[in-house]
Design a protein around this ligand. Structure first.
Ligand code: SIN
Length: 491
């Protein structure tokens, strides 16, 4: 099924390099397919190592002029890109649904979310403040200012084809960095559409480049980025194993890195929580994009006193989901990205059931809808020895675990190498404080399942990575502090 857009020019079939739609000479190509139908969307060139090198070189050349552009000019381009995204909201959302499979409501939400990063950093661009510092020598003065780190490589995932690129590009551009983005080979069209709009928004030539490579050649491109001495920083969103690999590969060139890696988010529902709110918000957190976000609930801990009631209400709501092609009216949840994603959910269910968990909503493939549709599952009697408590499912499985005390649940929650997000539901301020203080995660969300926002410092601790995206801190990851000492000042 081909989709119709108000502006068909948003669909691009070539990389965007140095302000041009680049005609690749690669003898190889790759197909982008609709995960809902398995049908071909487009065939793109699979760029070669030489072409990636050339793109890096051009991005580097562009940096020298770009850093001279005033922050006010940069701010105007960012604001304009925000406005263009909103003007093209429906088309951009349709592109996401087509290549990623999420439902239109989620895609529209994603485009608004992506655009909000450009709005936010249009403002933050002007606030790259420095300090004046008095050093020990009374006759010297120290000034600091923030400078752009240089060329930044942006490595983006499939789950938010527009927003993850936007969250990296906006602060990088605000800081004065030039960027080269590699989208996931399964979902490259949203990044190419972003490049088209960035060009219209007046982003100078070479400041935002998009290269395209197949999933199979992604390791080659990652290695090129890491080993290039022309790239000063890499910002990666993806799995922890790949983050570790990139970090190792970046050692030789000592790159600045931002790593937004895997999670294993616990949701903790205390017996005093507003149950209706907790059920709705746990569902929102667990099943957003069908469980394919790094901050999705992975383990849902429910106090023993309300466990059965919570489980019944949770299951009843999941049964009401309308699974289907993301373009269809009324569909609440689309499909998963590929077979591997489904296999992981099935593996976690099989493991849990073999160890005593019980399915109160039986999940399973919905092949009659298409190759990657899956009915979400809900398990009760889940225990800490099960895989679902230790590995990120990244799919539609609600796993409910019983607990008795806050000390006990805290221990379960922190018993993981990951620490991206956690959720707490309670009306007790002391419990809120206790959990917020001791949960080992970069972000704690209290009484809400949806917390991400351009104003929030997004990022993890432990093996969920480092660096913060969005917020007043987001620009820091793209800057270096220069200290200037003014000596021998006498008054
Ligand atoms: C992610 O999955 O990493 C991003 C989630 C979000 O920004 O809401």
């Amino acid at each position: 099924m081909a989709i119709t857009l108000k502006n068909p020019e948003l669909i691009r079939s070539t990389p965007f390099i140095n302000g041009e739609w680049y005609q690749s000479k690669s003898s190889k190509s790759f197909d982008v397919t609709d995960p809902a139908t398995g049908e071909l969307i487009i065939t793109l060139p699979d760029q070669t190592e030489e072409e990636i090198d050339e793109a890096i070189r051009l991005t580097h050349t562009a940096f020298h002029d770009f850093k001279k552009l005033s922050v006010y000019e940069r701010s105007k381009c960012l604001r304009k890109l925000h406005d263009l995204m909103i003007e093209n909201l429906d088309d951009l959302a349709r592109i996401i649904t087509w290549e990623n499979g999420k439902c239109m409501a989620d895609s529209i939400g994603e485009i608004k979310y992506a655009a909000s990063y450009f709005e936010w950093f249009a403002e933050e661009a002007k606030r790259m403040y420095g300090h004046t510092i008095q050093p020990t020598n009374q006759n010297n003065k120290v000034l600091t200012f923030k400078q752009p780190v240089g060329v930044v490589g942006l490595l983006c995932p499939f789950n938010f084809p527009s927003a993850m690129g936007a969250r990296k590009l906006a602060p990088a551009f605000a800081a004065g960095c030039t960027t080269i983005l590699k989208p996931d080979g399964q979902t490259p069209l949203s990044s190419l559409a972003l490049a088209y709009l960035a060009d219209k928004a007046g982003f100078p030539k070479g400041t935002f480049n998009v290269v395209v490579v197949s999933v199979d050649h992604t390791p080659m491109c990652g290695l090129k980025f890491c080993e290039s001495s022309l790239i000063s920083k890499i910002s990666f969103t993806g799995s922890t194993p790949v983050g570790k690999l990139l970090m190792g590969q970046s050692a030789l060139t000592l790159k600045k890195l931002s790593m937004e890696l895997g999670g294993n988010a616990p949701v903790i529902i205390f017996d005093d929580a507003d149950l209706d709110l907790a059920v709705d918000q746990a569902i929102a957190s667990k099943f957003r994009s069908l469980g394919q976000t790094c901050v999705c609930a992975n383990r849902i801990y429910v106090h023993a006193k309300i466990y059965d009631e919570f489980a019944n209400r949770f299951a009843a709501k999941v049964e009401q989901f309308k699974i289907g092609n993301g373009f269809e009216e009324g569909v609440t949840h689309g499909c998963l990205i590929n077979d591997r994603a489904i296999a992981k959910v099935e593996d976690h269910i099989a493991d849990a059931v073999s160890k005593g968990a019980k399915a109160i909503v039986k999940g399973g493939r919905l092949l009659e809808l298409g190759p990657h549709f899956y009915k979400p599952a809900v398990l009760i009697n889940v225990t800490p020895d099960m895989k679902v408590c230790h590995e990120e499912t990244f799919g539609p499985l609600g796993a409910l675990i019983k607990f008795e005390t806050k000390e006990e649940v805290l221990e379960y929650c922190n018993d993981t190498p990951f620490g991206l997000s956690s959720y707490v539901f309670t009306k007790d301020l002391n419990t809120v404080w206790y959990m917020s203080e001791w949960l080992q995660s970069g972000m704690v969300s209290v009484n809400t399942g949806l917390f991400t926002d351009a104003a929030l410092p997004f990022g993890g601790v432990k093996e969920s990575g480092f660096g913060r995206e969005g917020s007043l801190y987001g620009i820091d990851d793209y800057t270096v502090i220069k200290s200037v000492t003014l000596g021998n000042i006498y008054m």
